[in-house]
Design a protein around this ligand. Structure first.
Ligand code: YH5
Length: 276
């Protein structure tokens, strides 16, 4: 497989597993003190994550946690665009990924200098595909069943691995058809997005099968509820479980691990790379 991911002006070497650091720019993710203060905190956090070894940063202005309220377009734009502009102006040395499902946010973020789109709705909006196709940016296609507000109420599949695979294949093909080269595409089974504990486990065990789709894989298990179910720990005490999940995912073939705890995960993956 091609393990060089083309992300606009960057090439991400995924021949060894790398970390995508999560940078939330939702108001609840920072102590208050006004919007300017929050922006400065986000910028400082971004450079700290790069220091810790993040190979790419994922910037999101709308929480996609279960039950999170939707954010209006204008609000999402005003949260993320100034932060992207500031990081590009200060020459952040890694690609910026924009975590959004709104084509208007994709376009504005790519114009501001983002190099990747991370779409939890898997590029189902035709304008989403066109927004990326009009640039050289990369895209992560993630699977979700249902919508964030209700997806965890009653997830159901006949065969979760088959259905997730079929969706990712279909969306990958739709992206390629509109001119996004395969070398710009990441696939993600979408852990926790309309999945029960059993579904998540089945998908984790099937990661080697997802590799057969021919694109690098992104995995996001960091701090998720499934780790809480396994350990009994609240979201603020899931570091060790999250590192374990990143390690096992990398050993099953994941190329990019989306994590909140960058330093711990980067260290663990260095050991995986050396010993696996
Ligand atoms: C992902 O897997 N996840 S946002 C609930 C939590 C903790 C964390 C209950 N965006 C993914 O991180 N993008 C998110 O505790 C993502 N893959 C991709 N590509 C959800 C999240 C979280 C949710």
């Amino acid at each position: 497989m091609n393990t060089q991911l083309q992300c606009a002006g960057f090439t991400l070497d995924l021949s060894t597993p790398k970390v995508m650091g999560v940078l939330n720019v939702t108001p609840d993710s920072f102590s208050d003190g006004g919007r300017f203060h929050q922006r400065e905190q986000a910028i400082a956090h971004a450079f700290a994550l790069v220091e810790e070894g993040a190979a790419v940063l994922d910037i999101g202005g709308e929480s996609t946690r279960p039950n999170a309220p939707p954010v209006p377009l204008d609000e999402e734009l005003s949260r993320v665009i100034p932060v992207i502009e500031a990081l590009v102006a200060r020459q952040l040395p890694v690609p910026i990924s924009i975590d959004t499902y709104k084509p208007a946010v994709m376009r504005a973020a790519l114009y501001a200098g983002a190099s990747m789109v991370n779409d939890v709705r898997g590029m189902q909006a035709p304008e989403a595909i066109q927004a990326v196709a009009d640039t050289e940016a990369a895209v992560c296609i993630m699977h979700m069943q249902g919508m964030p507000q209700t997806m965890q109420l009653n997830p159901h599949y006949e065969d979760v691995v088959l259905e997730v695979s079929a969706f990712l294949t279909q969306q990958r093909d739709a992206c390629v058809a509109l001119g996004i080269a395969q070398q710009r595409i990441l696939l993600d089974p979408g852990f926790g997005f309309g999945k029960t504990r059993q579904h998540n486990i089945a998908l984790a065990q099937a990661l080697p099968q997802f590799l057969k789709l021919g694109c690098p894989l992104l995995v996001g298990l960091s701090r998720k509820s499934v780790l809480g179910q396994m350990t009994g720990n609240d979201v603020d005490a899931r570091l060790h479980a999250s590192v374990a999940a990143a390690v096992i995912s990398a050993m099953k073939g994941a190329h990019l691990l989306r994590v909140h705890d960058v330093k711990a995960t980067v260290e663990a993956l260095k050991v995986v790379t050396a010993l696996a």
